[in-house]
Design a protein around this ligand. Structure first.
Ligand SMILES: *[C@@H]1O[C@H](CO)[C@@H](O)[C@H](O)[C@H]1NC(C)=O
Length: 210
C-alpha cells in the first residue's frame, strides 16, 4: 500500500514538473537549457514564439544577400545543423539575436525584390537569367550562384523545405518562389510577368517586353 502511494506521488511530481516546463520553459536560465535535460522544442511558449517569427526564408535571404566568404561558412561549418528541420533565424545571422527581422524583411524586399538561386552550369538557370536581363529591371535581380558556394548542399535542402521548389533556378519575388525557368517563361509568354514584377516594386525598364 505504501509503495503504491509513493508511486502515485512520484507520478504526480513528474506531472507537475512537466507542466511547469511546458508553461514556463522559455523563461528558464540558459545554463539549464544547455544541459540538454530541458530540451523541450514543443513548449507552449516556444510554439507561440515560432508563430510570431519572421518567415524562415528571410533568414536565408538575409544570409545570401549580405554575402561574403565568411558568411558562406555560417551554415557550411555547422555539422550539427539539420537543414531539413526548422532553424532559428539567429543562426542565419551568425548567432546575432538582436537583429530586427521586421526591418530586415522590409530592407530585403526593397533592395532585392527579385532573387534568383541559380547554378552556373545549368542551362535552365541561364535561360531564366537571360530573360530577366532582357527586362532590364531596377533594382536588378540578385543572382546567387549556389554551386560555387561553400554551403551549396545545405542551401539546396533549405530551398526545398522553405519554397517547396527543389530544382534550379528558383526565382524568388518578394520572399515567394514563383518556381523555375518554365514558370518564368510561361508568365512572360502570357504577358503577366511584367505586372507581377511591377506589383513587387520593380521597375521594368525595357518597354518592349511590357
Ligand atoms: C499566365 O501564366 C501563369 C503561369 O502558367 C498562370 O499561373 C497565370 O494564371 C496565367 N495568367 C493568365 C492571365 O493567363
Amino acid at each position: 500500500m505504501s509503495t503504491r502511494r509513493t508511486l502515485i506521488r512520484l507520478l504526480l511530481l513528474v506531472f507537475v514538473v512537466s507542466a511547469f516546463i511546458w508553461t514556463f520553459g522559455s523563461h528558464l536560465p540558459e545554463s539549464w537549457k544547455d544541459t540538454g535535460i530541458l530540451a523541450y522544442p514543443l513548449s507552449r511558449a516556444n510554439i507561440l514564439r515560432a508563430q510570431k517569427q519572421t518567415n524562415e526564408l528571410y533568414g536565408l535571404l538575409y544570409l545570401v544577400t549580405t554575402d561574403s566568404e565568411e558568411n558562406q561558412h555560417i551554415l557550411a561549418d555547422r555539422v550539427d545543423l539539420d537543414p531539413s528541420e526548422p532553424i532559428a533565424l539567429e543562426v542565419y545571422a551568425a548567432g546575432n539575436k538582436a537583429l530586427d527581422w521586421t526591418a530586415k524583411t522590409e530592407e530585403i524586399n526593397s533592395k532585392y525584390p527579385v532573387i534568383v538561386f541559380s547554378k552556373t552550369f545549368c542551362p535552365f538557370s541561364k535561360k531564366a537569367k537571360e530573360l530577366l536581363t532582357r527586362y532590364d529591371l531596377q533594382p536588378p535581380p540578385k543572382i546567387i550562384e549556389v554551386d560555387i558556394r561553400a554551403d551549396s548542399s545545405t542551401l539546396k535542402v533549405l530551398l526545398t523545405r522553405l519554397t517547396h521548389h527543389s530544382t534550379f533556378p528558383n526565382v524568388i519575388i518578394r520572399g515567394k518562389s514563383i518556381g523555375g525557368s518554365d514558370d518564368l517563361q510561361a508568365l512572360h509568354k502570357n504577358h503577366t510577368l511584367s505586372d507581377l514584377l511591377k506589383e513587387a516594386g520593380v521597375s521594368v525598364q525595357n518597354k518592349e517586353v511590357q
